[in-house]
Design a protein around this ligand. Structure first.
Ligand code: NDP
Length: 255
């Protein structure tokens, strides 16, 4: 498909995890601007996102769910499907990070991060795909939020790096399994984006300056930089893309 409608999400319902803040909120706003309806999932109140989506001319529905509980996450998707109707796209954005030297890294910090960033990403994708495949002719799009640490090691973020490498592998595996069945699975690898996640880094003048000096674009990313790439991967324009990873990192990985 080509032309302006190739980039439109009019009539599409997109479920975005972790939509109350940061990148998830940016994705919700971009989806609204493209004409889509957002179902935002998270643990916290989503009033701020609801206001911003509405200002962008979109519809928003908030759903509370702790995505560390995989059974609850799967049940949530089924409930949304029954109540609101079919979902056209899933954005696996919710994520957490724990920082410690590898020699001191605890099992709890390993499990917590893998649970939310990788295990729920897989099982929510599975729950979504089961619904899509149950309805002959239906298509679906999955966008996984990976990271530049899907390609690099980083330091002091062992479980996060493992989860993001894993997220990229799962993106490719699911893309291969589901491409011929009408489901596109792709990923975005954000660089350094201004969110709560990076607040501590930005507050440290030395680390912040070192990061900025390494970004070819010369600035940190904004949540909607990721949102606009997500719209592309959710829209008809990307129908022939399967298992791709799109870096949105100001050139970080190109360096
Ligand atoms: P934030 O910390 O700002 O937001 C994280 C989001 O995830 C929140 O909405 C949070 O909801 C949600 N979340 C976390 N745990 C759970 C849970 N158990 N159940 C439900 N929701 C949960 O992070 P970012 O916006 O920065 O990150 C979003 C994604 O982008 C993550 O996957 C992150 O790894 C990735 N990323 C971020 C980068 C950056 O520079 N910021 C760089 C590369 C990747 P709640 O507040 O309710 O817990």
């Amino acid at each position: 498909m080509s032309g302006p409608s190739a980039f439109s999400l009019a009539g599409r319902h997109i479920l975005v995890t972790g939509a109350n803040t940061g990148i998830g909120q940016g994705i919700a706003i971009s989806i609204a601007r493209a004409g889509g309806t957002v179902i935002g999932v998270g643990r916290s109140a989503m009033d701020d996102t609801e206001t911003k989506v509405s200002e962008a001319g979109g519809q928003f529905e908030a759903v509370r769910c702790d995505l560390a509980d995989h059974d609850a996450a799967k049940a949530m998707l089924d409930q949304v499907w029954e109540k609101t109707g079919p979902i056209d796209g899933l954005v696996n954005n919710a994520g957490i990070i724990r920082r410690a030297d590898a020699v001191d890294f605890t099992e709890a910090d390993w499990d917590d991060v893998i649970d939310v960033n990788l295990k729920t990403l897989f099982f929510l994708s599975q729950a979504f795909a089961r619904r899509v495949l149950d309805d002959p002719g239906r298509r679906g799009k999955i966008v996984n939020i990976a990271s530049v640490l899907s390609f690099q090691g980083g330091i002091r973020v062992a479980s996060y790096t493992a989860s993001k490498h894993g997220a990229l592998g799962i993106t490719r595996l699911l893309a291969c399994e589901w491409a011929a069945k009408g489901i596109n699975v792709n990923a975005i690898a954000p660089g350094y984006i201004e969110t709560n996640n990076t607040e501590a880094l930005r507050a440290d003048p030395d680390r912040s300056a070192a990061i900025l000096a390494r970004i070819p674009a010369g600035r940190w990313g904004e949540p909607e930089d990721i949102g606009d790439a997500a719209v592309f991967l959710l829209a008809p324009a990307s129908d022939y893309m399967h298992g791709a990873v799109v870096p949105v990192d100001g050139g970080w990985l190109a360096r």
